[in-house]
Design a protein around this ligand. Structure first.
Ligand SMILES: Cc1cc2nc3c(=O)[nH]c(=O)nc-3n(C[C@H](O)[C@H](O)[C@H](O)COP(=O)(O)OP(=O)(O)OC[C@H]3O[C@@H](n4cnc5c(N)ncnc54)[C@H](O)[C@@H]3O)c2cc1C
Length: 539
């Protein structure tokens, strides 16, 4: 039976698409990987906690030929994400249960394969740097790593220290603070905190993440960073809240959390600096929310470089040192957005390499490329040793897509199908863009792009809001045309002239696509909702 995590599922599908015969080895007893919450975690396996909600929105996290069902919320609770993964596996028949004809004799014996894809997830080992906390050996309270945290059960009335303010640290601090007497959130470096909810109440990762946004960011990196930080500090002053980090906004994955500020302003969570020393048990529980280390003990140790931080993988997939490209690593990657589309792109690329349809460069060229990428990333991202797998979403996807022949042809689209082309340029860079052409082209891709905002709106349609008495309806197409023109002009402005414009005005110009979405006709009213005898139905 094929059972697997999100990266394995898409790898299995890519193999099937290419006519290969995949066999999946999974150490647990069901699909979902990290997203299958376990009351009793498998020993030695990472688990999530009960209240985890995904940071990425469903449209950004979906597989490129499988848009999420419209009714699912935009930022799903983990069981809903698991249901999406199950649906994907069922739809593409990835659950195909088949025994090899020679099963009784082959059993657990050595089997030979033409190629191997490693999709074991990169959150594999807890990192507990106890030596950094003098006095820990005398600590009388309980301490453990966040991967053992399931829920706030047992924390009632306790004083809890959460060490580290990554996404897990922020989430667990909020979760624990609902029952604990007091939660202290200890952070050495601080963090930028962003909401899942963006402009106009839309999912934050769908707004301001288009190809055009990316182009503007590339042309004016410091200006965009400054604007972003100003915007965040207008929502809440990171310095006032004790969260101000040293690093700039795009240098590290931000903390995505909608509740942390509320817990801090109410005093339920107190932000504290790094712990210097632990004396006695003045604190009752300590939870280490530090990055998990990546291990692949079953692979040759030569794959690991830089003291175990950075994997020496060409394009984060192929080890350069092998005689034949028959081993690919999928899903060992992270970015400011969702991982699934990256893993899917890696799997599509790797299977083409396995089949010999794409050729890798020489070993020396691959090693040079790994070196170059590592040094680019070192300049680009802070704390690379903590997040050695970090990449820029659109450039990474585009570079793989280019080789695969599936990168969207923007100019052609704008000329032939401006409706789709404008969405690809100005809209969120959703995964369907990589199914418009080339190998693995999917006929539903256009429709998926045209209807993506419909799927975003659908889960909000739970109540018919009263219509305002009179409303000026701006013409969306006129605004769209105007904003494209202004944005293109802005983009080609020189750095000098831009800096001479007032920041507020620049921000307004730059935010035009967001404003368009806000001016879009309001969500359609819901139908009547009837509740009789304990059950509710749409009418
Ligand atoms: C708290 C938290 C929140 C997150 N939120 C997001 C988010 O919002 N968006 C996002 O994109 N990502 C998020 N992530 C990252 C998340 O890891 C990925 O989305 C996704 O789970 C990666 O899938 P995967 O298949 O690569 O790894 P996993 O989901 O970890 O699956 C790996 C699978 O491999 C199996 N396995 C491991 N070792 C072996 C072995 N030796 N033999 C056989 N089987 C093995 C495991 O049992 C598991 O089923 C989050 C992570 C955490 C911890």
């Amino acid at each position: 039976m094929y059972v697997a995590g999100p990266s394995s599922l898409t790898s299995i599908k890519s193999c099937l698409d290419e006519g290969m015969e995949p066999t999946c080895f999974e150490s647990s007893d069901d699909i979902g990987g990290l997203w299958r919450f376990k009351e009793h975690p498998d020993p030695g396996r990472v688990n999530i906690y009960q209240s985890v909600i995904i940071n990425s929105s469903k449209e950004m996290m979906s597989y490129s030929d499988f848009p999420p069902p419209a009714h699912l919320p935009n930022n799903m609770h983990h069981p809903q994400l698991l249901s999406y993964l199950r649906l994907y596996a069922q739809t593409f028949d990835l659950f195909n249960v088949r025994q090899r004809p020679d099963f009784p004799v082959s059993g657990q014996e050595i089997q030979v394969f033409d190629a191997v894809m490693v999709c074991t997830g990169h959150f594999t080992q807890p990192h507990l740097p106890l030596n950094d906390f003098p006095g820990i050996e005398e600590f009388e309270g309980r301490y453990f790593h966040s991967w053992e945290y399931l829920s706030a059960e047992g924390l009632q009335g306790k004083r809890v220290v959460v060490v580290g303010i990554g996404n897990s640290g922020g989430g667990i601090a909020v979760d624990a603070s609902r029952v604990a007497e007091q939660v202290y959130l200890s952070t050495r470096k601080g963090a930028w905190v962003v909401s899942r909810v963006g402009a106009g109440g839309l999912p934050g990762d769908l707004v301001g993440t288009s190809r055009l946004d990316r182009l503007v960011q590339k042309l004016f990196p410091s200006w965009i960073t400054m604007m972003m930080e100003k915007k965040l500090n207008r929502t809440f002053d990171h310095r006032l809240y004790g969260l101000q980090p040293k690093h700039r906004f795009f240098a590290q994955i931000p903390v995505v959390n909608d509740d942390l500020l509320g817990r801090i302003i109410s005093g339920r969570v107190l932000v504290k600096p790094n712990i210097r020393e632990i004396k006695g048990s003045s604190v009752v529980w300590m939870l280490w929310c530090l990055p998990l280390a990546t291990t692949m003990t079953f692979l040759p140790s030569g794959l690991l470089t830089n003291g175990g931080h950075c994997l020496c993988l060409y394009r984060h997939v192929f080890p350069p040192g092998l005689a034949r490209p028959s081993l690919a690593v999928v899903g060992f990657i992270c970015n400011l957005g969702a991982i699934n589309p990256l893993a899917e792109m890696q799997a599509r690329w790797a299977t083409q390499v396995f089949k010999g349809l794409l050729t890798l460069p020489s070993q020396e060229a691959m090693l040079q490329a790994v070196k170059r990428d590592t040094s680019t990333l070192q300049n680009r991202f802070a704390c690379l040793e903590r997040h050695p797998l970090q990449v820029d979403h659109i450039p990474y996807m585009d570079s793989m897509a280019e080789e695969l022949g599936v990168r969207p042809n923007l100019l052609g689209l704008l000329l032939r199908e401006p409706g789709v082309g404008l969405r690809v340029l100005l809209g969120p860079c959703t995964p369907y863009q990589y199914r418009l052409r080339g190998p693995g082209q999917w006929d539903g891709a256009r429709q998926a792009i045209l209807t993506q905002w419909e799927r975003v709106a659908q889960p909000f349609r739970t109540r018919m809001p009263p219509q305002p008495e009179s409303r000026t309806r701006a013409s969306s197409s006129l605004i769209l045309t105007l904003s494209v023109t202004v944005l293109l002009l802005t983009t080609f402005y020189t750095r000098h002239s831009l800096s001479s414009l007032p920041t507020g005005l620049l921000y307004k110009i730059y935010s035009l696509p967001e404003i368009i979405w806000e001016l879009k006709p309001r969500l359609k009213p819901t139908q009547q909702y009837m509740c009789t005898g304990g059950s509710c139905t749409d009418h």
